[in-house]
Design a protein around this ligand. Structure first.
Ligand code: GLA
Length: 360
């Protein structure tokens, strides 16, 4: 009988490039899923003839509705980054990360499909990792599940990502955004007022692999060597950093942590205007101090900000392309501000990953 592992993408409302210094983020899981329909491979009974790679308990075989080719590898995985086709690296990375933690990994054969735009900054890779971990039979708390999947991304790619995407996909709560402290991994769901709508506009498809993301992580580490943990620092100490670039990066992180706190409070108070103001300030900080926006994204933020009913717009996720996120009244005509053919999605906050064995 087939099982179904489902994991959502995410959009971050505010708090970008703060997670890998243990800062605050405010994402929500979205109602767009990656789904793996699979059968766990039974153990070979003694004396039984060896099965084919697609059904052995120590092997994985996976096809995709979105990509060509079949991903096939044996367990345990030795080099996740070498697995082809390349989307299979994330799946193999999860198996390798589970093995590193001595978690049992069970092979499966199945098919993956996703509704999360790929390379759009909505965590398509995290959704694949979390769904794969469930298919491998992971049985841990959500924080460990997320940590394993974050490690998988490190093993699969050259992106030293933080934990936001994987934790959001694992821990999402319907109708709520998540205030996450990336140091303690405390997750506090905050209800999104019903009158507010969240939209995502795709500006460009890209991958963080090969981007300046690792350089930003290194610059934040350099700032921390000078002034200590950025999550505890204030703007005064950030301003004491001698190097101009490192100082700007630190200023972004310190001010963004503060904006996340204020944004959560504004949502609780139902103050959409203040929430919107903080989103614009976050975008400016990411664009000027952190330099992860692009001209196209800046223009989109500007254009969409003029649509009646829009409270706030900002780039979301790792940047260097990807999506902008919009907080608006329910009936705001977002599509009028973008060119024909641009992907515009109204998204709703969804529950995190789950595993189901359907009746058949
Ligand atoms: C990517 C990473 C996350 C986070 C964001 C920026 O999505 O995977 O860990 O760093 O960029 O906030």
């Amino acid at each position: 009988m087939s099982s179904v592992a489902r994991a959502p993408g995410r959009v971050n409302l505010i708090g970008d490039h703060t997670d890998y210094t243990g800062g605050l983020v405010f994402p929500m899981a979205i109602d767009r899923d990656t789904t793996i329909v699979f059968e766990q491979s039974p153990e070979n009974s003694p004396g039984e003839p060896t099965r084919s790679a697609s059904t052995r308990a120590d092997a994985v075989s996976l096809t995709s509705e979105n990509f060509e080719g079949t991903v096939q590898f044996d367990l345990p995985v030795t080099d996740a980054a070498a697995v082809r086709p390349t989307w299979g690296r994330y799946v193999a990375g999860v198996a390798a990360a589970m093995t590193e933690r001595s978690l049992p990994v069970r092979g499966f054969h199945g098919r993956v499909a996703t509704e999360v735009p790929i390379g759009g900054g909505l965590s398509s890779s995290a959704a694949l990792e979390v769904a794969a971990a469930l298919a491998f039979g992971i049985d841990t708390d959500v924080a460990t599940l997320a940590a394993v999947c974050r490690r998988a991304e490190h093993l699969a790619t050259s992106v030293p990502c933080g934990i936001m995407d994987q934790l959001t996909s694992a821990a999402g709560v319907k109708d709520h955004a998540l205030l996450i402290d990336c140091h303690t991994l405390d997750v506090t769901p905050v209800r999104i007022p019903e009158s507010l709508a969240v939209w995502v506009v795709e500006i460009s498809s890209r991958t963080l692999d090969g981007s300046e993301y690792p350089a930003r992580v290194a610059q934040c580490a350099a700032a921390e060597r000078e002034i200590g943990p950025l999550r505890l620092a204030d703007l005064e100490s950030a301003d004491r950093i001698a190097d101009r670039t490192i100082r700007s990066r630190a200023r972004h992180v310190v001010s963004e942590n503060e904006r996340v706190r204020d944004f959560a409070a504004a949502l609780v108070a139902g103050d959409a205007r203040e929430a919107g103001r903080l989103m614009y300030a976050s975008h400016r900080s990411l664009s000027r101090d952190f330099e992860t926006s692009t001209k196209q994204m800046d223009e989109a933020v500007d254009g969409i900000s003029r649509v009646p009913g829009v409270h706030g717009v900002r780039m979301t996720g790792g940047g260097f392309g990807g999506c902008v996120v919009v907080l608006a009244e329910d009936d705001a005509p977002i599509g009028t501000a973008v060119s024909a053919g641009t992907l515009v999605m109204r998204v709703r906050a969804a529950d995190g990953a789950s595993l189901a064995t359907p009746l058949s």
